[in-house]
Design a protein around this ligand. Sequence first.
Ligand SMILES: [Zn+2]
Length: 482
Amino acid sequence: MNNHHLPRSGQPIVFRNGTVVTMDASKQVHRNTDVLVIGEEIAEMGPALEVPEGTFEVDAAGGIVMPGMVDTHRHMWQTAMRGYGADWTLTQYFVWYYLEHGKSFRPEDIAVGNLLSAWDALDAGVTTSVDWSHGLSTLDHAEAALDALESSGGRFVFAPGNIFAGPWEWSTSTDFKNFVGRRNKRTDMLKFQLAFDVTGDPAFPEKAAFEAARDLDLAVTTHAGVWGASNDDGIRLMYENGFMTPETVYVHAATLSSDSYQRIAATGGSVSLSTESEQSCGQGYPPSWALRQHNIPVSLSIDTSVWFSSDLFTAMRTTLGADRSYEHMKAHEKGDTVTHSALRAEKVVEWATRGGAAALGLDHAVGSIEKGKKADIVLLKNDFSPTSFPMINPCGHIALQAGRGDVQTVLVNGRVVKHNHRLVGVDLEAMRAKVASTVEHLQSVLGEEAWIKGMNPDIPETKILDNPYTYTDYRSSSTRGH
Ligand SMILES: [Zn+2]
């Protein structure tokens, strides 16, 4: 065993004697099994594999070998503000970012947030992330965001938005289209989506943005079913205009009618649940129960580190908890008792892995541990932790026992990005200084009073319900100014 070293570039890697949670179509789990990686791919899986001479060995005994996790909605640019909004609701978020301070982020601030977030993800075993990048005010910001992602070693879907302009403006500009044409690699390592929201304005100004997405052959990711900000009207307009496609990702989808869920189901789209966010912000009750009823595919996401945990372990356990709370609460209202949990640990592990891969059109490449797939692999193993054993129920262990400290080794596309609990090739001290300088910049722009007030919200005098990011004057009965 040479666990204290790292494999050379191109050296085959074998995980020995792990419990392999494959998340393949039949959810097979194999005990005492080896996984061999050659180049970018999973070459073989089985007990006591014979491996090429010089293969780098990782002792996975007592640990879980699982697919790299997939986060389908993460505002990575906000990560330099980690924890600042711990006591916010959506109202404070909208005001702070969209009405007041989002415009103070320079390209270097976006870049530093993105890179910190990318490392954060990899450290927690999240190998694919959607960067829902709506803090961009210029294409320089977009270039900086993307450069940061590409330098990190992770797998990404870059979903540009814009903090100033309406989606019908930025998405249709020639400069933007050229940017996409130049930088969208259309590979399994980097692809694009377009990120914008639909207000429900009957004039449907977002139509041009959907057409731009279609022209650019990009999927749309959209915050839908957000209390006070986006509702059934947005879904209906998308449906009536033929913009609900299997590639569309509906983020949150919390406050929607059965009719909207049926439209999502019928058109084959999927929902990205950010349960920790929905529980705190007020988009609506985390809707996993409704998505299950309507048979809508689900993926998980962390949303933003300005409030929330940046790992999918937390997403899995909050989702299980919220779903089960809902079932018990509804049953008790009728005097009934829930005797069997409908949502199982295995299902949330599926949502965190192959569910995310399917949502992003990457399921041919990642999301499960199978021969021939790209080697995005996470080893959960912590020999220093009393919580690491006994490991009787592997999916139960992942969903409710494990944490980022247990992520021992991470591979992306066959390359080691974390080993022996440490990220590879990162300079955390240099990053700490860069993040500090972004925080200092924002603090000085805001001034001390606004900075402290922003972190300690009082009851607002004005009710901001709808999302100012959508940049339309349209107001419905459920939005502001009514
Ligand atoms: Zn979001």
